[in-house]
Design a protein around this ligand. Structure first.
Ligand code: DC
Length: 201
């Protein structure tokens, strides 16, 4: 079975929680593609060339304990504007998406660039304030600064020339603000069940 669930959207919208939940529910492998950019950003912070870092990523790079920090997110967003960095990461993501057994990938450009043929596409979003609050609860620090960083990162991710963050025209839009992220898993799971039912798997 080849079956891809593409889950895109801005930082801290709840993509990760929804992705992990549906991957577990349907027995699909999961790739958090933000981690790839975070790992490249971390290597660049240590003095590596961005494209060489993207081409030479190792499992150890992805296992670093500091990739979830705000600083790592910033560094990721900066290297993510570079077309050659993005190009170096495409094949790995495409192979993961279309490997036998089915996969969930979350990121910014999965439904538009990495896997436009994905059987299910979701775009998860929420207001910057709601997302900043969530991020602040995770990482602490100055609340206003966290909000400013969320807004700046959205702008950079959405305005870059290559593979900007945008909902695919055929994506189902989910805003978990009102319902809570765990409740938002249900419409995501329904969309996947429907796609299975239509024999798209
Ligand atoms: O999802 P995240 O916060 O871990 O992503 C960190 C940064 O990586 C994000 O600001 C932009 C970049 N990114 C991207 O450009 N494309 C993806 N598919 C995933 C992440």
């Amino acid at each position: 079975m080849i079956f891809t669930v593409a889950i895109d959207g801005p930082a801290a919208a709840g993509k990760g929680t929804i992705s992990r939940a549906v991957a577990q529910q349907f027995g699909l492998r999961h790739l958090d593609t933000g981690l790839l950019y975070r790992a490249v950003g971390a290597r660049v912070a240590n003095g590596d060339d961005p494209v060489a870092a993207a081409e030479g990523l190792t499992p150890e790079d992805l296992a670093r304990g500091d990739l979830r920090s705000l600083a790592a997110g910033e560094a990721a967003s900066r290297v993510a504007v570079m077309p050659d960095v993005r190009a170096a990461l495409v094949d790995f993501q495409r192979r993961f998406a279309r490997a036998e057994g089915g996969a969930v990938l979350d990121g910014r450009d999965i439904g538009t660039v990495i896997c436009p043929e994905a059987e299910v596409k979701l775009f998860v979003t929420a207001s910057p304030e709601v997302r900043a609050q969530r991020r602040w609860l995770e990482v602490g620090g100055d609340k206003d600064e966290v909000l400013a960083q969320v807004i700046e990162r959205d702008r950079r991710d959405a305005e870059r020339a290559t593979a900007p963050m945008v909902a695919a025209p055929d994506a189902l839009l989910l805003d978990p603000t009102e319902m809570g992220i765990s409740t938002a898993v249900e419409p995501a799971a329904r969309a996947i069940r429907e796609a299975f039912g239509q024999g798209r798997a």
